[in-house]
Design a protein around this ligand. Structure first.
Ligand code: AMP
Length: 203
């Protein structure tokens, strides 16, 4: 299975990604985690990325794509992967589609959450890039750059078993307990898979 988890900061993508990967034997690729590791290690890429991350802005595509390509090229990614926090804008999505070719993404799960709840959760999380002004900026960046991916993936379809076409995107409510949200994701994936004949995505 090749999946994308899409949603605003604070929607619980990281937590749910771990559970979904454990349940389906997928490689978990979180660009946020990879970037934080690069910053911590003090690599050139990490040093370049740091100021963007501290301000809640997107790190330039070239840096992020280098990390994603390196990870997806590893043999374990052949068995399936879940992308968490990537793509974050349409140009990353286009680069991904080009890179993957026949290994196209099969499902995009959009975790939907109200702004008020996003701010409440992020303030409670206490991560270094979770101060109130940075949170507000991260939300604005999400609206401007990342939210257009909802329509982008909604418009992409996969062929169903009887030849009908279904959208790649499923939207689920990210409000609720960890178990409730996980069940909704699992339902979205199984409805997606039962609709799919495995012929890959097209626009
Ligand atoms: P996250 O853990 O996904 O919230 O990411 C933390 C920070 O890393 C973001 O605020 C961005 O600065 C950066 N980041 C993570 N993923 C991406 C991406 N796909 N493109 C650009 N910047 C990213």
């Amino acid at each position: 299975m090749r999946l994308i988890l899409l949603g605003p900061p604070g929607a619980g993508k990281g937590t749910q990604a771990e559970r979904v990967c454990a349940a389906h034997g997928l490689v978990h690729l979180s660009t946020g985690d990879l970037l934080r590791a690069a910053v911590k290690a003090g690599s050139d890429l990490g040093n370049e990325a740091k100021a963007f991350m501290d301000a809640g802005n997107l790190v330039p595509d070239t840096l992020v794509l280098a990390l994603v390509r390196e990870r997806l090229d590893q043999p374990d990614a052949e068995g399936g992967f879940l992308l968490d926090g990537f793509p974050r804008n349409v140009s990353q999505a286009e680069a991904l589609a080009e890179d993957l070719g026949a290994r196209a993404v099969e499902s995009v799960v959009h975790m939907k959450l109200e702004d008020e709840e996003i701010v409440r959760r992020l303030l409670g999380r206490g991560r270094k890039d979770d101060t109130e002004s940075v949170i507000r900026n991260r939300l604005q960046v999400y609206r401007d750059e990342t939210a257009p991916l909802i329509a982008y993936y909604q418009a992409q379809t996969v062929e169903g078993q009887s030849g009908e076409r279904h959208s790649l995107l499923r939207t689920i409510d990210a409000q609720g307990s960890m178990d409730e949200v996980f069940d909704r994701i699992q339902d979205a994936l199984s409805s997606q898979n039962s609709n799919q004949s495995g012929t890959g995505a097209s626009v």
